[in-house]
Design a protein around this ligand. Structure first.
Ligand SMILES: [Zn+2]
Length: 409
């Protein structure tokens, strides 16, 4: 029969497997392809490869395959189990699908490719599967990819939190800064969230870590100190996180001062919140000149702003001693400023200074690479369909893990 040969070729199926019959169900718009094997075929134990006698065939199984001419195409076969002396009864390995899969490898490849570019719901609608079925393909792809990972050296890692769905629900994300990929995702942002990461590394990988960028967040610090040798020389508190803290302090000073000025009918600080927080490059010429005039008008907020600018110069130094001198000078200025928010932050920076200055040895920050960040945004954007964090984590690994996701066959 011609259609049998045609399907044998399309499916790329060779001896001992053959297409025994093809049925076309016009009403249901389905093609059913029945596979069998030659009577004299020998099969090998999937575990050790020994040629083994066969058991009775198992009940028929069905796999969804790529559509043929827009007809849903299903493969059917009864698989023979082998009886191995060493491994007992095992179902034979088949060339069109992974063990226990309900889709052919080619079909899974198609879904995985589409998932890179479209949401799970869009892919589910397109191929006529449920959201859960598509997510199952994604989960298997991630499992496959994680199992294939090699224990490469990872000199620079970043530990960060990402909010999930509602505020105050977090996942911890560990990334490989040099390769721009996510290594590990865990629920919450507690010490035990990060504790789970370290055992996933080989001893050599652990020894290869030179710097760990993170926020000044005690649970992460504690976990790193407990698991990473010489952690005190490797933890690098993130520059942008420090900048954010100082920005918050500047804003507090501004709010209080604005209230005081307003009581005297002075509206100078009205609507200036973001001017004090954004960088020079975010102003146009006219805006910058106006801001400079405001800054020169003897405001407490101007002083707080200048303190923040000076503190950020710490990251420009090459030598630790010079940076420490700069900090001592800055610290005295800030703590004598009589601006409470600045005094508080200055004390916080002093406590953490040692691991802020590790930046001079390991110039790393927690700012994810552009492409990784946009992928995480994409995952968050399409996360509306995620009922739980497990699904969210799977999607982060899928899109950001740099994994080899496709079935091997
Ligand atoms: Zn065996």
């Amino acid at each position: 029969m011609q259609d049998r040969q045609l399907y044998q070729q399309i499916l790329g199926i060779g001896a001992p497997w053959l297409v025994s019959r093809v049925e076309l169900d016009l009403a249901a718009e389905e093609v059913h392809v029945y596979l069998g094997h030659e009577e004299t075929a020998t099969f090998r134990c999937p575990e050790c490869g020994e040629v083994c006698p066969l058991q009775d065939h198992q009940p028929e199984r069905t796999w969804r395959h790529l559509d043929t001419c827009q007809y849903r195409t299903l493969l059917h076969a009864e698989l023979p189990p082998t009886r191995c002396k060493a491994h007992g009864v095992r179902v034979v390995r088949i060339p069109w699908a992974e063990p226990y899969g309900r889709f052919t490898a080619l079909f899974e490849r198609l879904v995985i490719d589409w998932l890179q570019a479209a949401s799970q719901q869009a892919v589910a609608d397109r191929v006529g599967l449920s959201w859960d079925e598509v997510h199952g393909i994604m989960e298997r792809a991630v499992k496959r990819g994680l199992a294939r990972r090699e224990a490469e050296p990872i000199p620079h890692i970043g530990v960060d939190e990402k909010s999930f769905r509602k505020r105050h629900r977090y996942v911890t994300v560990v990334s490989d800064i040099d390769r721009g990929r996510v290594l590990y995702v865990a629920t919450d942002r507690k010490q035990k969230s990060l504790d789970g990461f370290w055992p996933t590394l080989s001893e050599e990988q652990l020894a290869s870590i030179e710097g760990v960028a993170m926020d000044m967040w005690e649970p992460y610090v504690n976990s790193t100190q407990q698991h990473l040798p010489n952690a005190e020389e490797k933890i690098v508190f993130d520059k942008f996180h420090v900048a954010k803290h100082l920005g918050e302090a500047v804003d507090k000073v501004r709010r209080r001062e604005h209230k005081e000025l307003r009581a005297e009918g002075d509206e100078r600080l009205k609507g200036t919140k973001y001017d004090w927080l954004k960088g020079r490059d975010k102003f146009d010429e006219k805006g910058w000149r106006a801001f400079c005039r405001l800054r020169r008008s003897h405001l407490k907020t101007s002083r707080a702003w200048a303190m923040r600018e000076q503190a950020m110069k710490l990251w420009d130094y090459s030598y630790r001693g010079a940076a420490e001198n700069h900090f001592r000078w800055w610290y005295r200025w800030a703590t004598h400023s009589r601006l409470k928010p600045m005094i508080d932050k200055a004390k916080m920076l002093k406590t953490h200074l040692k691991n802020i200055l590790t930046y001079l040895t390991h110039p790393i920050t927690n700012a994810l690479s552009e492409s990784l960040n946009s992928k995480i945004q994409w995952v968050k954007y399409t996360a509306r369909g995620f009922r739980n964090q497990a699904n969210f984590k799977t999607a982060i690994y899928f899109h950001c893990g740099g994994l080899d996701l496709l079935p091997a066959i």
